[in-house]
Design a protein around this ligand. Sequence first.
Ligand SMILES: Cc1ncc(COP(=O)(O)O)c(C=O)c1O
Length: 331
Amino acid sequence: MAPTPEAQALPVLKGSDILQKLEALRRRQEVRYYAFYSSQLGGVVTDPALMVLPFDDHMVHRGHGIFDTAAIVEGRIYDLDAHLDRFMRSAKASRLEVKPDREEMRRIVIQTAAASGAREGSIRYWLSSGAGSFELGPVKNGEPGFFVMIFAGLSYPGSYYAQGMKVMTTTCPIKPPLYATTKSTNYLPNVLMQMEAKEAGVDNGVFIDAEGNVGESSNMNVAFVTGGGALVHPKFDHILAGCTSLRLLELARGLVDRGVLAGIEVRDIPVAEARASREMLLVGSSVKVAPIVRWDSQAIGDGRPGPVANALLGLLEEDMRSGDRLIPVPY
Ligand SMILES: Cc1ncc(COP(=O)(O)O)c(C=O)c1O
């Protein structure tokens, strides 16, 4: 008699099978990961097949972890200290033990970048409450996990900048302020928002808060140029404090001095006012500054990328190449 399907046993693998299986998995998926540090391994690996975590790490099964991302540009790390400051704030809000300390994490980030040899790319790093149980709370006497990945980074089509992007108001509820201001590994609303937007044939979504003010996008902030020519950005009390936005708000002062902008304001932005803006921008480490030309069924401004988006992108790119916030990687 033929065995029933449920009687077919699963393979029970030996340690020696695992490497082969992980290598085969990586052959099925093309990845551009250059180096990975794990405090659990106590060093760096450069073979993507070996970039692994224990499954009982609480970042994996409970989402009790935080992360942040910085860019490597022409062999230098851009604005790492601002990203590490936010990482520390996220750790505190998530009640994660900070181990190793900030200085040691900074050294590990820079040294993992050096080990990668990558002169362009992204550095993403995570702090986890650690491995050791399937409980909710951190493991008693457990070890926090610190991980650093050097990878090719996210890339966006040139059309985002040349023709501009389209966005939609998401149907996903915005995260409450505690979670929105913390860069934790709980990105389900952000993921669902982006998937919904792509399925609707647009590039991304926008969260609106309960008071009807503009929030942010999936992994980017949003900003506007008003009819009067001021750069306006939502307050950071209910959205992530984007390092790129904070830096741009400083760099934009140069545009005020040159008369390109009438002023700079960080405040609540009601949706109706935002829709009537002259320009709408997406801002973030990966996208930099991209113009939005359509939001839901309405054109923004004249429906074409505007001059402020372009000027801010130029200022940011210059800062990323020759500003005073660059750390040379000791390759
Ligand atoms: C939800 C969210 N908002 C905004 C940003 C932009 O932040 P940054 O400029 O630091 O990349 C990010 C990206 O980190 C994000 O994930």
